[in-house]
Design a protein around this ligand. Sequence first.
Ligand code: COA
Length: 258
Amino acid sequence: MEAYRTILVDREGSTAILKINRESKLNALNATTLSELSNALDVLAKDSSVRGIIITGTGNKAFIAGADIQEFVGMNGEAAAQLAAKGQRDVMDKIENYSKPIIAAINGFALGGGLELALSAHIRVASSTAKLGLPEVSLGLIPGYGGTQRLPQLVGKGKAFEMIMTGDMIGADEALNYGLVNHVVDGAGLLRKCTELLERIYLRSPQAISKVINAVNAGFVDSKAGFQQEISLFGASFDTDEAKEGIEAFLEKRKPNF
Ligand code: COA
């Protein structure tokens, strides 16, 4: 198994458990984490003893509290668009189009890029204390890892607009009600529930499961233009005074003044 600095890769039978391991930063996704995730996904794709993957966060507070806002400081629009394009290609799209089933085990805050990563997974299971949201507009930004596309696909446009425009978090039960997560369980039973689901999938034909993933995703190809538009608008949002104010306010632990 490779040595990683910001993620952990565990094995339980045929299942690989990928854990984001930056608990002190609520498992926020920085450049290293994204590249390690991308690499681990490539390694596990080739490992024929792995039949499915669970992605979760370390600790019981956060799944992933978003992209690492520290890395946004001083970033211009072009660099931000490149960041979004790379994250979408190397991690989010890779998860969505993976040939084996991937379940997001949402063990706490799933915000911004964290929720977007969960949206890329094939199935989502949340602990009862999870909180989910796309708070980018409170930083003067927009979602950049596919959230404007995948959230409406899953919950419908109206609920997606409400979540993205208010930036508010919703609880696990509301997320279940929205169809945003498939199941809500007690935190202690979260990984067990995901494992049970995977074990049921493992009874089925692996090549058929790969084809199902491919076919379901094929129905959404027209939205590719939307993803491209999101990347360029995400970049453009960085070149605004509001983004500068929003990011500074977060790091200075105060409310932004828009
Ligand atoms: N990027 C970078 N650091 C982050 C982070 C992020 N997305 N989310 C949390 N952190 C860091 C905090 O800065 C803090 O670091 P510090 O201890 O060095 O000061 C640490 O993680 C703990 O977070 P804190 O804010 O103190 O915890 P809290 O319980 O008061 O609040 C949240 C939890 C999730 C509500 C809050 O951390 C938050 O709003 N995070 C940002 C969410 C966001 O906007 N994500 C989208 C990014 S595009």
